[in-house]
Write a protein of this length. Sequence first.
Length: 249
Amino acid sequence: MKKLTDKVAVVTGGNSGMGFSAAKLFAENGAKVAITGRNKKTVDSAAQEIGGHSIGIVSDVADLKNIDAQYDQVTKQLGKIDVLVVNAGIYIAGPTADFTEDMFDQVSDVNFKGAFFTIQRALPYLNDGASVIITGSAAAVKGFPTIAAYAATKAAVRSLARSFSAEWIDRKIRVNVLIPGPIDTPIFDRNGMSQEETDNTKALYASLVPVKRMGTSDEVAEGFLYLASEDSRFMVGGELILDGGVATL
Ligand SMILES: NC(=O)c1ccc[n+]([C@@H]2O[C@H](COP(=O)([O-])OP(=O)(O)OC[C@H]3O[C@@H](n4cnc5c(N)ncnc54)[C@H](OP(=O)(O)O)[C@@H]3O)[C@@H](O)[C@H]2O)c1
């Protein structure tokens, strides 16, 4: 049975990795999906691959004008929003002693400030009863070296889900967090590292996961679908951990 028939869903960072897999699964479940990202080429090709009623919008979550424009376009083309996946994110790692203000600002602007305003600016465009899902990270639950700033942005969004859920409970808007462990996506290729360093990082993360492998975007997409659909209607301000045991074992 299709779980999102005629629902309107927005997935930020839907042109790659987990966001793309979630958007595709939403569309397969009957949703009209808008995906966003900064790269026009991949936004367009991803929207085409998702098919159905999907649209692609070039938008940077670190720019509030972009966020307003994206919602204007979504509601004009698809209607008011039932599902919002706040997924756009960047991963910046490096020894804390060498971590620059610029690195700090970049990761905060996208992962924390971007998430805050992606949700705040959506409010007038969300239907009552909407499901908002933020992509967190197991890095916010457990300490790992060299990713203090990234992990803190992901800890911050756990707090946002609880505060926002409490504030909009009368509108029945649910804000939950999906917490992935290490997932094999292009995010590790965008960190300015050499291919060898990227491979070593991925091998290290896989070795830290109790099930001894990274997860896949498709495995995580099933979690996004659960949180987006009525199946999770009693889950409010909560967290779904899909991490191969890395945060808890
Ligand atoms: N992979 C993991 O191990 C892992 C684990 C836990 C949590 N996460 C989180 O999962 C989310 C998705 O990451 P992923 O692993 O699927 O990586 P990904 O394939 O690199 O996807 C990241 C997405 O975010 C978009 N994005 C980045 N900055 C943006 C901005 N300023 N404005 C709009 N879109 C932006 C990217 O598109 P453009 O480049 O076109 O903008 C891309 O679509 C992120 O929030 C990440 O922190 C990942």
